[in-house]
Design a binder for this molecule. Structure first.
Ligand code: F6R
Ligand code: MG
Ligand code: MG
Length: 371
């Protein structure tokens, strides 16, 4: 069976700051998707979850990628729930719905989208990741390690199914007129891939394919809210789908890359660096509007229906990892806004500092020198 998995997520309002949606919001999204999606046969299954202040609608269907009705279903669910957010007086109600009129595709309207279409394997395990308080480049390092580095993905040397390597499709997210992409192959182009992916705010992995079979393994949301809105309106908080096992890395190989707790851009006011902490499903953010968090749903899809979701980051192993990552966060936070704790000027999301710098520019003087 040919199945498409689509995940569409948005921040449409929060209780108590930018930290988590209300129960009523989640229920409003779920009931809209049930009534207008599942009951009408538009989609075959759906699963609603939250990560920090973002609600994700994970859908299985047979309509292919970028289908207007599927995108509209998610858009309407978020729009309707925004009315609830307003009526409840939630903070940031409708924050990610940046455009009013739906015109066939939700991309470019604010919500993040990741989709993969494939011929279902007899058993089709996949991982759905959602991150809050960070940008799409947060997945660059885990993807590089899981799909190109045998130090993390032992399958690259142990399994003949992975041995030909993977093709990376990388997007220049600063180019706003159209999609500017490059295709590079691991392992031959490894240094070129590394040279691009180190620049997480400009170059972002959009998709990865198995080179031996041509099958798509990965899809990442690449939208940058500030490019759509022209100013800071919240961090992008990317979602990602990763097919696993068989011709792809094993679940555990992909998960192992998140034990690093690598530093990513985001955190408080979208303007700092902080370590990415793997957390259980439906976890809010907290300390310094963070730390940046990532959840993972491990599921199978079969005949267009999802199994229940396993929660791989809710496991005793991750407790000490989380403690270590909290220490990393505290260490960097001790230096406040100095050096790498705060993002470089070009990446700062808040308009206030731009205004402040403009004012200060006027007050600079060139000192006269007397010989
Ligand atoms: C980061 C984020 C929060 C807010 C911060 C200030 O993506 O959403 O850290 O930037 O709480 O929010 P405002 O400006 O809405 O008071
Ligand atoms: Mg938010
Ligand atoms: Mg968010």
């Amino acid at each position: 069976m040919r199945t498409t998995i689509s995940v569409i997520k948005a921040d449409i309002g929060s209780i108590g700051g930018h930290i988590q949606p209300s129960r009523a919001l989640l229920e409003a999204v779920a009931s809209h998707v049930e009534e207008y999606g599942k009951a009408k046969g538009l989609i075959s299954d759906a699963y609603i979850s939250y990560t920090g202040d973002d609600i994700a609608i994970l859908m299985a269907h047979q309509r292919g990628m970028n289908h207007p009705d599927v995108h509209q279903l998610a858009y309407e669910a978020f729009r309707k729930a925004t009315d609830i957010a307003k009526s409840q007086g939630l903070y940031g109600a409708g924050q990610d719905l940046l455009k009013d009129a739906f015109s066939g595709n939700i991309r470019g309207m604010g919500p993040a989208v990741a989709e993969i279409e494939f011929e279902e394997r007899p058993n089709e395990p996949f991982l759905f990741f959602a991150a809050d308080k960070t940008s799409p480049g947060a997945y660059n390092l885990p993807l590089y390690l899981a799909f190109a580095d045998p130090m993390y993905c032992s399958g690259l040397i142990l399994s003949p199914k992975l041995g030909k390597g993977f093709k990376f499709v990388i997007m220049d997210v600063n180019y706003t007129e159209a999609d500017r992409i490059i295709e590079l192959n691991a392992p031959e182009d490894l240094y070129d891939i590394a040279a691009l992916l180190r620049d997480t705010e400009r170059f972002v992995v959009e998709a990865i394919y198995n080179r031996a079979t041509g099958e798509q393994a990965v899809s990442v949301s690449t939208s940058r809210l500030r490019n759509i809105a022209g100013k800071y309106v919240g961090k992008d908080d990317p979602v990602m789908l990763v097919r696993v096992q068989g011709n792809f890395p094993a679940t555990g190989e992909v998960l192992s890359t998140f034990a690093i707790g690598h530093f990513v851009a985001g955190f408080m006011r979208g303007s700092h660096n902080g370590p990415l902490m793997p957390v259980p499903h439906n976890t809010p953010v907290s300390y310094f509007d963070g730390p940046p968090i990532v959840t993972c749903h491990a599921m199978c899809v079969h005949n267009g229906k999802f199994t229940e979701a396993a929660d791989p980051f809710d496991h005793p192993f991750w407790r000490s990892v989380q403690d270590r990552i909290a220490e990393k966060a505290l260490d960097l936070r001790r230096q406040g806004f100095f050096g790498p704790a705060m993002l470089p000027y070009e990446e700062l999301e808040y308009g206030g500092i731009v205004e402040r710098m403009k004012e200060l520019e006027k007050r600079f003087v060139i000192r006269e020198t007397h010989d």
